[in-house]
Write a protein that binds this ligand. Structure first.
Ligand SMILES: CC(C)(COP(=O)(O)OP(=O)(O)OC[C@H]1O[C@@H](n2cnc3c(N)ncnc32)[C@H](O)[C@@H]1OP(=O)(O)O)[C@@H](O)C(=O)NCCC(=O)NCCS
Length: 206
């Protein structure tokens, strides 16, 4: 048996939108499939945990052991983005200060300080092994997040961020690969670029 679900099986799971060449490992754990959308050429590897609203563009790789909690807010992946092993990305975080009760088994009215923010991992962004991305800490276009980083705030395009909390390094990330392929900015060659990776109403930045 193939290690990945077939398209028919993904449809049967109730996934909202499935493009071509979508490979989701049978060993991944999917919850809330009716809120998941996949573009073309997306691969989700073994032991990933996917929950809630997750919108993937195209040419995306999610390496093993990633934890993606989209909740109702959603995590939006731009084309050519990717997560290395054991990356965690959240749209919600309870109040850990002691000001309110915590954990999903407690009624929401006692957890009123829970942070809830959508999260963008935009096109050409890449996140290094073991990193953690907090709600609203958008990974902007072309950003590289170094291994074992904690991203707590939105980033700026094409930066390299490392550390706990993650800060921008002096050196910028090179954007040659994207430009050479004719796949960024005005040289986009595919209509599919950027489709399906932002909520309705948001303008294209390119
Ligand atoms: C952040 C990163 C992109 C920087 O690469 P680089 O610009 O080539 O940096 P260098 O390797 O020259 O290191 C420069 C300095 O940053 C430090 N550094 C490198 N990566 C770091 C990280 N993730 N966190 C903190 N510091 C880091 C190095 O120790 C070095 O410090 P020094 O100047 O005091 O010796 C890279 O180190 C990284 O983390 N890549 C992620 C790779 C990954 O996750 N691979 C998984 C398998 S695909």
């Amino acid at each position: 048996m193939d290690n990945y679900y077939s398209s028919a099986e993904l449809e049967a799971l109730g996934i909202k939108k499935i493009g071509t060449n979508v490979k989701v490992s049978r060993k991944a754990s999917l919850h809330g499939c009716d809120r998941m959308e996949f573009g073309d050429n997306v691969r989700v590897d073994d032991f990933c945990f996917l929950y809630g609203k997750l919108v993937f563009g195209s040419y995306i790789h999610i390496a093993p052991f990633c934890f993606l909690s989209g909740g109702d807010e959603g995590i939006y992946f731009g084309d050519f983005s990717g997560l290395s092993f054991r990356v965690s990305a959240f749209t919600r975080s309870d109040d850990y200060s002691g000001g309110t009760l915590t954990n999903p088994m407690v009624p929401e009215k006692y957890r009123y300080k829970t942070v809830k923010k959508e999260l963008y991992i935009k096109k050409h962004a890449i996140v290094g092994v073991g990193s953690i991305i907090m709600p609203g800490a958008h990974i902007e276009e072309g950003v590289a997040v170094g291994a074992a980083s904690l991203v707590t705030k939105p980033t700026e395009p094409w930066g390299i961020y490392t550390g706990i909390p993650a800060v921008r390094r002096e050196r910028e990330r090179e954007r040659d690969a994207a430009t050479r392929e004719g796949i960024s900015g005005r040289n986009r060659t595919r209509d599919a670029i950027n489709t399906g990776c932002r909520p309705r109403g948001e303008r294209h930045a390119a």
